[in-house]
Structure formats: C-alpha cells, structure tokens
Design a protein around this ligand. Structure first.
Ligand code: HOZ
Length: 434
C-alpha cells in the first residue's frame, strides 16, 4: 500500500513518525509497529479506552491488537486503573518483597496447577530466557528444541526461525547472534511430531527442553494439531527432557488456565506475560518445585531484576485476574470471537477472496490463502500483499488490525456486539475492493 493516501487525516502522526525516525531506530521501539510489511506509516496513539484507540490526528479505531494481547478487559478498565492509581500512591518500586507478589503468585498457581512455584520478571523475553536457563541447569544439558514460526522473545539463541517481527520483516536469522550460541538450538516444523521424534532420537542426551507456544500466536494463530501436545508430553517424559509451554499469549487468554487447561497437558515449566501485568511490563516463569528451587537464592541458577515484581504491574495483574475470574467472561469472549470469525468468513466468501481463519477463543488470524495452516511453511504461503491492502482498507474504516499477516487479532470484554457487526461490515467493504 505504499504510495496510497490514507482517507483519514494523518498529518500529526506523519510529523511524529518523521521526528521519531531521527531519534529511534526505524522510528519505533518494537519493529512490527513501523507498518513496514503493510506499507504506509504508523498511527501515533494518544489514548485508549475500552475497545477503542485514539490517535494524534483525532481518529478513532476499534482495536484488535490490544497491545498485542494484554488488554483482555479493554483499555483503561476502571477497576484496573483504580488499582494502579492506588498502588502508585504507595510508591512505584521498592526493590524489596511485597504481599502483592505473594497474592499474584498464589493466583497464578491456582489457575495453573503445573506451576508449583513461580518467579516474576519484567518481560516475556526475560521470562523465557530464565526458564531455559533453569531447564539447562536442571537437566545439565545445553541444547533446546524450538519450532519454526514460534517466537519466544529476542534473546540470542531463540531467534532461530522465529516468527513475529522476524517473520514480518523477512529476517531469517539476526546478525549479532554468535554461531556458538545458536548451535545449541534445534528447530522443527510446528505440528510435526515425526520430525521431533527424529531430532530427539539423535540429540536426546544433550536436549534440555522442548519449548513451544502450545497455541502458536506469533506466525499468526496456528492451533496445535490433535495429539501433537500429548505426543510431545509423552516423548519428553520418556527422554527426561523438560517440556516448556510459552503461554505469554495464551495464558489467561484462551481460558483462565491457559492452553494447558484447554488441552489437558501438564508441562514442566510455563512462561507467562502480557495479561498477568494488566498492560504493565511483566513476565513470569514457573513450574515443578524441584526445578524452580534451583533458582537463586534457593539454588545456584542465577536470575535477578530490580523491577521484578514491580508493585504497579503486580497490582494491575491481580485486578485483571480478579475480573477474569468472574462468571461468563470466557464464554462471552468465545461467542463474540466466533461471531466475528463467522462474519468475516461469510464476507470473504461473498467476495470470492480465499481466506483461512484460524482461531482459538479470542485469538484469531485471517490468513489470505486457501491452504489450511498448520506450520510456518503453510502460513508463509499467505498473500501478504493482499493482507496489506486489507489492513489499510480496514484501517481507513476505523478498524485497527495487526500491521502484519503473521500476528494474532485479539478481542476484549469491552468489544460489543455492535463493534463486531461494524467490523464485519467493514470487512465486507474491504474484501469487495481487493
Ligand atoms: N511482534 C510483537 C508481538 N508479537 C510486537 C510487539 C510490539 O510491537 O509491541
């Protein structure tokens, strides 16, 4: 869509982007936001409330990015904001333990019985990096196995065949990662248990863990094939390899107990983030007690952080989880998401646009392809140029989708039936013009 003028006024966003590019690499603090793969220029956001985003030019959007997942209650949810304000009045960081951390840890353990002990950190990247360290410390093995198209943050050895921003920008492997680090990372196609079996047979003596998003969300949404997760669980248990679920996106999103409750699989370690911070920076990793007790100061595996367990983030997380525990929340999210997916499907069919929708609860992706998606190979056959056009047609109608084919859309409890209808109408218009 480069060169195609937006129908809205975007002067102020354009000015800000131009200033940002002089000061910040690519003008953004996280790559996908720059709109590179869909063309055009990012909108600079000034505020958000409920399901809506407001930009610097006074435009309003219905938001399906939701800060890439955390805002499951919608933006500036009154109860969460009240809690954050109250917490801020008591100081913003102590670098000392608080009762709030005990409360959040207890809530996490209640929701995820596989997590006997949990450590709070400040981002998903940090949480995954630390989970891998303790997995290596516990097994005394160096190698890990990850899946093509799964993104686990930007630490060195996890950037191999990673999805998300690297997939969006077509960066196969990042410079700056020493080959010596990357050589301990094995990769397999998502949903391909035969490929995993082969790698395990060859490397089992040195394989510390298999890590995956139990519902892939960073190559667009790709659900696990039936039996894939249970086969991985059996295989890892048989070979004393730890199974690590990265539920940074799916945790508290697909239901209160995450993907592991949805599919009935118990991993050894789980990584959380996004929702447990209610929109403030947070991450967590946890799992079996005997593994987690290896972490300092209980054990020798070192990990620390000044802002870990930050009282503002933890307060926001506690309040968010309290709201999510209320009856009917996930049922409503499921119904709204199903209605949206159905409406978009019908709109695409009416216009003869080939579209495959992948959805688990309130995380969904509409892939511009006619090939069912099961892994990075099938996903990357999607017509990204067409997605770019669709993205801009939707944006012009006030619908804010992820500026990349390889990301998920999310719904919040703040999205109304009218919002869904409006989005479907916009999709009708968008498809007709593709
Ligand atoms: N690629 C990230 C989500 N999977 C984007 C994060 C951001 O730009 O905030």
């Amino acid at each position: 869509m480069l060169g195609c003028a937006p129908v809205m006024k975007t002067t102020r966003s354009a000015q800000l982007f131009s200033a940002a590019q002089q000061l910040i690499p690519g003008g953004v603090n996280s790559p996908v936001r720059a709109f590179r793969s869909v063309g055009g220029q990012p909108r600079f956001i000034t505020r958000a409330k409920g399901a809506k985003l407001y930009d610097a030019d006074g435009n309003t959007y219905l938001d399906y990015v939701l800060s890439w997942g955390p805002m499951i209650l919608g933006h500036a949810a009154p109860a969460v904001i009240r809690t954050i304000k109250k917490a801020a009045d008591n100081g913003t960081s102590y670098g000392a333990p608080t009762e709030l951390e005990v409360t959040l840890a207890r809530m996490i353990r209640e929701a995820f019985p596989s997590i006997e002990k949990v450590r709070l950190v400040s981002s998903g990247t940090e949480a995954v990096m630390s989970a891998i360290r303790v997995a290596r410390g516990f097994t005394k093995r160096d190698s890990i196995l990850k899946f093509e198209g799964c993104y686990h943050g930007h630490s060195d050895y996890l950037l191999a065949k990673a999805g998300s921003g690297l997939a969006t920008l077509g960066i196969p492997d990042s410079p700056g990662v020493p080959a010596d680090f990357a050589k301990h990372t094995l990769t397999a196609p998502y949903n391909d248990i035969a490929a995993v079996r082969k790698l395990v047979a060859k490397h089992r003596k040195n394989l510390a863990c298999i890590i995956l998003e139990p519902i892939a969300g960073n190559m667009g949404v790709v659900p696990p094939a039936p039996e894939f997760l249970s086969a991985l669980r059996r295989l890892t248990a048989e070979n004393d390899i730890l199974l690590v679920f990265d539920e940074v996106i799916s945790g508290f999103r697909v239901n209160y107990g995450g993907a592991q409750a949805l599919y009935g699989i118990t991993p050894d370690l789980t990584v959380l983030g996004k929702i447990i911070g209610g929109g403030l920076p947070v991450g967590a990793y946890g799992g079996r007690k005997e593994i987690m007790d290896l972490i300092a100061p209980s054990g020798p595996v070192y990990q620390a952080g000044t802002l870990s367990g930050n009282p503002l983030a933890v307060s926001a997380g506690i309040e968010t989880l309290k709201q999510l525990k209320k009856k009917g929340v996930y049922k409503k999210l499921e119904e709204q998401s199903a209605a949206l997916a159905k409406g978009i499907d019908q709109a695409a069919k009416k216009s003869g646009v080939p579209l495959i929708q992948a959805r688990v609860g309130s995380m969904l992706t509409a892939f511009f392809t006619s090939t069912p998606v099961s892994d990075w190979h099938t996903v990357k056959q999607a017509d990204t140029a067409r997605y770019g056009k669709y993205f801009h047609k939707m944006l012009d109608q006030g619908i804010y989708l992820a500026p990349s084919q390889f990301e998920a859309a999310f719904l919040s409890t703040a999205h109304t039936a009218q919002d869904i209808e409006k989005t479907i109408r916009a999709a009708h218009t968008a498809f007709k013009s593709l």
